[in-house]
Design a protein around this ligand. Sequence first.
Ligand code: ADP
Ligand code: MG
Length: 198
Amino acid sequence: MVAIKLHELSKSFQGPVINQLSLTIPDQQITALIGPSGSGKSTLLNMIAGLTTPDSGQISFDNQPIFDAANHWNQPPAQRHLAMVFQDFALWPHMTVQENVAFALEKHLTKPELTTQVNWALEQVSLIDFRHRYPRELSGGQQQRVALARALATQPDLILFDEALSALDPELRTRLQLEIRALIHDQHLTAIFVTHDR
Ligand code: ADP
Ligand code: MG
């Protein structure tokens, strides 16, 4: 859980994309950001994640600055305790479900800790019985649940969803929306859910 504050955040590429945006995102809730394609949603998530550097403004998590253009302060992405879930799942095709979920963790944990953590995450998304499969052997919805497990396994405070369900058919999208909502609530996480779909 983490409350996020953006203060007069701006980013231009060829032209302005985000212009003096101030916004408070409450903790332990899902906040949806809705806008058409090209409106700067991914740019905003990437700035929160630390993958894109804003031109000006400030970002804080629980009132601790994580980015401050004026003071040249930019906390590295790995220290921001967040995870991202993308539309295209971004799974490694040559790794099993279990290996995909373990991939981000391996540096920090012993083998038994790793197994416990991976199994816990896969249980959260009801995929424990699929742990030895490869992504190509799963449906789109199952692949997205693997991506979600991979995010949960890192025990983040915050999950950023970038059009995460947009590639799925409407029925599956609704079901996963409900699952994600329950998970975010159960784990007391903060989430930002970006979509062009009202
Ligand atoms: P959305 O996610 O809402 O579709 P984006 O944040 O991806 O929008 O893009 C917003 C605008 O910024 C677009 O005009 C896009 O072309 C531009 N843009 C995004 N990332 C870059 C980049 N790395 N280099 C140049 N232009 C970019
Ligand atoms: Mg986008």
